[in-house]
Design a binder for this molecule. Structure first.
Ligand code: COA
Length: 160
């Protein structure tokens, strides 16, 4: 498995993973395309397995280009056919150093990582395990259900 920065030629494959992963979200290609164009505010990394894109992660810098960055793990998805094989874990673990390297090009460092997900989404476990994120608030009836707001604090040390 190879975790690398997304290229414009990956657009269809990433959109296909997005479509397969998020049943309630529409216009996957337009969504990925618009966000991909917002680099370096938004950064996409993909998981390639045997030459095929099986997952992606979408990181977003919040609230301006700050020297101490609040980074949001905005979306992560692995194709449903490939769940439970460590791809999601690798996407988080191996893309974060690439994000930090990109931030370092403007001498910025990571301060905190925020991530939100449905209160009933098992993805919370991966955020807790890989980032040390903790639930700081539960927001009632946000997207399709209650949403947990998680923060991983002091994360510059991760992967160091
Ligand atoms: C969340 C997601 C990316 C995890 O990817 P993955 O490749 O299956 O994850 P891994 O194989 O690395 O497993 C990571 C850990 O998280 C757990 N986990 C995470 N999400 C899970 C899910 N939806 N269902 C079951 N277990 C899940 C696994 O049990 C595993 O823990 P363990 O190693 O202690 O058993 C994947 O389930 C997915 O694409 N879900 C749909 C999209 C989504 O909900 N994204 C998050 C909100 S943006």
């Amino acid at each position: 498995m190879n975790i690398r920065a997304m290229l414009s030629t990956d657009l269809d494959a990433v959109a296909a993973v997005h479509k397969a992963a998020f049943a309630r979200q529409q216009y996957s290609k337009e969504w990925i395309s618009a966000n991909f164009a917002a680099y370096p505010r938004m950064q996409f990394y993909v998981a390639e397995v045997d030459g095929e894109i099986r997952g992606f992660i979408h990181w977003t810098q919040k609230s301006g280009f700050r020297p101490e960055v609040i980074l949001e793990l905005e979306q992560i998805a692995v194709h449903p056919d490939a769940h439970g094989k460590g791809i999601g874990t690798a996407l988080i673990r191996d893309s974060l150093p690439l994000v930090k390297a990109q931030l370092a090009t403007r001498e910025a460092v990571l301060k905190h990582i925020i991530v939100t997900t449905r209160a009933d989404n098992a993805a919370q476990r991966i955020y807790q395990k890989e980032l040390g994120a903790e639930i700081e608030a539960v927001i009632t009836n946000l997207y399709s259900a209650d949403e947990v707001f998680m923060i991983a604090r002091n994360v510059e040390r991760i992967n160091n």
